[in-house]
Ligand binder design. Sequence first.
Ligand code: AMP
Ligand code: ZN
Length: 468
Amino acid sequence: MKLYNTMSKRKEEFVPIEEGKVRMYVCGPTVYNFIHIGNARPMIIFDTVRRYFEYKGYEVNFVSNFTDVDDKIIKKANEEQVTAEEISTRYIAECKKDMEAMNVRPATTHPLATQEIPGMIAMIETLIEKGYAYEKNGTVYFRTRKFEPYGKLSHKNLDDLRSGERSLLVTGEDEKEDPLDFVLWKPKKEGEPFWTSPWSDGRPGWHIECSEMSKKYLGEQIDIHAGGEDLIFPHHENEIAQSEAANGKEFAHYWLHNGFLNIDNRKMSKSLGNFRTVREITEQYDPQVFRFFMLSAHYRSPLNFSAELMDAAKNGFERIVTAVENLKYLLGNAKEDAMTAKEQEKFAKTEAFVKEFEGAMEDDFNTADAVSAIFNLVKYANTNTDETSSKEFLEQLKGLIVKLADVLGLIVEKKEEMLDEEVESLIAERQAARKAKNFQRADEIRNELLEKGIILEDTREGVKWKRA
Ligand code: AMP
Ligand code: ZN
C-alpha cells in the first residue's frame, strides 16, 4: 500500500511499526460552533483510510481529539454568558451527530484537551529540563532554534523564516528569545478558564495538546498523523518539535494531509458569508450523497462544493443504490437457489473489479478510482442478471457491492423499517420457540431482528426491545 508522505514529498510503501496494527492520530475540530463542510473533509477521508486498513485486516487504533479550550470557545462563551465548558460540550455533542449522519465512525478514543492538562504540564516540564523550553513571566515558550530539524515537514528554511518573520512577534510576546519561539503555556486573562501549573494559573498552547494526547493514547511513535493541509505549518511542525524533543525519537512515520474544500470556487470563510455547516447541507441533501461527493476527488486535491457537483454526486450515488434495489427485487422473485456453473464462472469474474478497487485504494487512497471500480461492478451486475438468476448469484453480487461501498463508508442498501407489530410478533414467536426449547429458532429470530436494527434485551420483567 502506498501513501503520499508530506515529509518526504513522495509516495511511500506503508510499513507499520507493529505488524498488523496501525496507530493513527487525526487532529480534530475546535468546538465552538457546528462543524462546517470543510471540517467534514478530513473526517470523511481519514475515516475511509481507517476503513480500508481494517478491510485489509489491520487493527487500527484511531485517535482524534476535540480542542475544547481555545480563544474562540471563550469568546463564544462570553457572548452567550455561559461557561466555555457548556459551549464545548454542546458542540461536541452536535459534532458527533453530524459524524453519525455522515457514517464517520467514532474514533477508538476522542480525547478532550481539558481532560489531559496534567500530561501536558509533565511534557512541558520535560522540555524545560532538556533545555527546549523556557519560562518568562508565567509564559512558557518552545526554543525553536534548539530543535535542529525544525521546518522538515513544511520544507521551510529556518533562516528565511527567522529573517522574514519579525511579524511573528505579537504584542506582549516581545519577551521571547526568538520570534519563532511558540507558546507551550500561557497565563490566564481575566474571566478565562485556567489550570494551576508550576509557571502560572493558565492554560496550554494548542500544539502541545496533540503531542501529549497522541503520546498518551498511541505511544511515543505512531504510524500516521493526519489533518488538513493548513495544519502543516505551524501546527504539525510544532507538534514534531515538541514530541521529538521530549521523547527523543521520530514522532510519526507518515504525514497525510487533505486538500481544502472551497465553495463555488472561493475560500470558505465567515467574512465572505459563504460558510456552510454540515448540518445545513445534510438537511438539504442525503448525507450519503454528501459523503459520496467528498470521495469523488482525490483527497490531496482541492475540492469545490457547488450545487451542480452535488447533483452529479446524487446521480452517481443513486446508480449504486438502484443497482442494489434491482438485485433485491430480483431476489424477491428468484426461483432457483444455488448458482449454476455458468453463474459461478460469471461471479469469478467480479474478482477483477475487486482488484481494480483495491489497486485504486492502495495508490494513496484514490477514492475517485475506487468509486469507478464500484460503478464497473454495478454495470456488470446490471447486465448479467435477470428473472432467471439464482438467489445465490444475486445475493453474492449484492453482497459484494454493499461490501466495497461500505469500505468507503457508503450505505447503499436501504434498511427496511420494521413496524412495531412485526417486531412484537417475532418476539412472541421467539418466546414460544424458547418455551419449546427450540433455541435454534429463537437465536435465528434474534439475529434476524438484529439485522434489521432491532436489539433485544432479556430482562426480569420480560423481553424489551429498542432500535439501534
Ligand atoms: P479546525 O477546527 O479549524 O482546527 O479544523 C479541524 C480540521 O478541519 C483540521 O484538520 C483542518 O485542517 C480541517 N479543515 C478546516 N477547514 C477546512 C477546509 N475548508 N477544507 C478542508 N479541511 C479543512
Ligand atoms: Zn493537532
